[in-house]
Design a protein around this ligand. Structure first.
Ligand code: SF4
Ligand code: SF4
Length: 399
């Protein structure tokens, strides 16, 4: 969306959310607990509802039946989030609520829509809090592999790594405006190349802002065994960590390294999970084709579900993948700093951060979107996993 009324784009919808003071979860399972952890910082009223578990409790909260909570919902001071993943149950529930004249996306929400759209709105307009679902704060631009289609363009970047003190100051700056960030991702290149530096940075993050993040995420290619210092940190803070291992079976010698990596994590009792992929997508960033006119580009951007916001040097870039590609391939055409929001800007308000995160940007799209084949399932350009740059020399395409 084109950003025209900075800080007041969402006031009408915000006013509707403001009346709601209680959240009711329908269905109690792992997803419910995860969303509950996202709203906990608001210290809001929470009610759990699940016909199969009625009468039992979660912590000090009793689980109710739908009929027991319906009167509260009809008073319009509450809203319901459907977390059950049983599709038939969802449809029957919606039917019941609609026949009671309750409105979807006002009085009740599907869980995914609530998390991505309404939670940040509700947090700001009801509680004055700035909620960010995900950021990547990159600690390292180097890697042990040279994937031709790296989604972060790492083999093509010449960026200098931020040092510990710089990253600490950036963390302070971020939390001077953001009240809660659910996933604080500190992945970059091969993350464990900078193990000891990262221990310092993450220790600082947890010491000063541990109650303002949901979890720390790290993705690794499992080719570098973390230092003992890092392993100790990961073991001590495993409840706050989400460590994922990307699979690179196609890279010769990778499996042996990964096995050794997993053995080490197991020895330290550090949980991690393997993310398998049968193919990758090619964003197409290295192609110079310019696509679509401005109006088409706005629609194209609005339909993009990329959630990866990159926080670099005090600036938040809406699309991390696009920002890194811009730096790698199109910097001669100009940097994209004008498309980011700057946390050093004293005039940057929480409502502006909310709007930016929901997709309000200066031109209605990012310039790099012209070169992009899209994110997620929209992108049909499937390519082999982790194809390496053959001659091992990094080439930067001239444009
Ligand atoms: S392993 Fe490949 S995809 Fe991952 S950061 Fe390194 S170059 Fe990029
Ligand atoms: S279209 Fe591509 S460049 Fe644009 S926001 Fe989506 S993923 Fe990023």
């Amino acid at each position: 969306m084109k950003w025209e009324n900075r800080g007041s784009e969402l006031e009408i919808i915000g006013a509707k959310m403001k009346q709601k003071k209680t959240i009711i979860f329908y269905g109690v399972d792992e997803q419910t607990i995860e969303i509950f952890r996202k709203v906990e910082f608001l210290r809001c009223n929470v009610i759990f509802c699940d016909g199969n578990l009625a009468g039992q409790s979660i912590g000090s909260s009793i689980i109710y039946t739908l009929d027991e909570i319906l009167p509260k919902l009809l008073q319009k001071e509450s809203f319901l989030v459907i977390t059950t993943d049983d599709r038939e149950e969802q449809i029957l529930l919606k039917k019941k609520l609609i026949l009671k004249e309750l409105k979807e996306n006002e009085d009740f929400f599907e869980a995914g829509v609530f998390e991505r759209v309404y939670l940040p709105l509700w947090a700001y307009y009801s509680y004055g809090k700035c909620y960010v679902n995900f950021i990547n704060h990159i600690p390292n631009y180097t890697c042990t592999l040279k994937c031709k289609n790296c989604s972060a363009s790492i083999p093509y970047l010449k960026q200098k790594n931020p040092d510990v003190e710089q990253m600490k100051r950036e963390i302070d700056l971020f939390f001077s405006k953001v009240d809660f960030c659910y996933t604080y991702d500190c992945t970059g290149g091969e993350t464990f190349i900078v193990s000891d530096k990262l221990v310092e940075v993450l220790s600082y993050l947890l010491q000063f802002y541990g109650d303002r993040i949901g979890k720390i995420a790290i993705t690794t290619n499992a080719t570098v065994i973390p230092t003992d210092n890092m392993l100790r940190f990961l073991a001590e803070h495993k409840d706050m960590l989400d460590i994922s291992i990307s699979e690179y079976q196609t890279v010769s010698g990778w499996k042996e390294k990964c096995d050794a990596f997993i053995d080490t994590l197991n020895a330290w009792k550090i949980p991690a999970y393997l993310v398998k992929a049968s193919s990758w997508i090619d964003f197409g960033f290295r192609e110079t084709t310019l696509r679509k006119d401005n109006q088409e580009m706005e629609a194209y951007f609005d339909e993009c579900g990329n959630f990866c916001r990159a926080y670099i040097n005090g600036k938040l870039y809406y699309c991390g993948h696009g920002h890194w590609a811009n730096s790698a391939f199109y910097s001669k055409e100009g940097l994209d700093d004008d498309e980011a929001i700057n946390f050093r800007d004293e005039n940057l308000t929480k409502s502006m951060i909310l709007e930016y995160n929901l997709g309000y940007v200066q031109n209605g799209f990012l310039r790099i979107c012209r070169h992009c084949k899209g994110w997620g399932t929209r992108n049909k350009c499937h390519i082999p996993v982790a194809e390496q740059i053959e001659d091992n020399r990094v080439k930067v395409r001239e444009v």
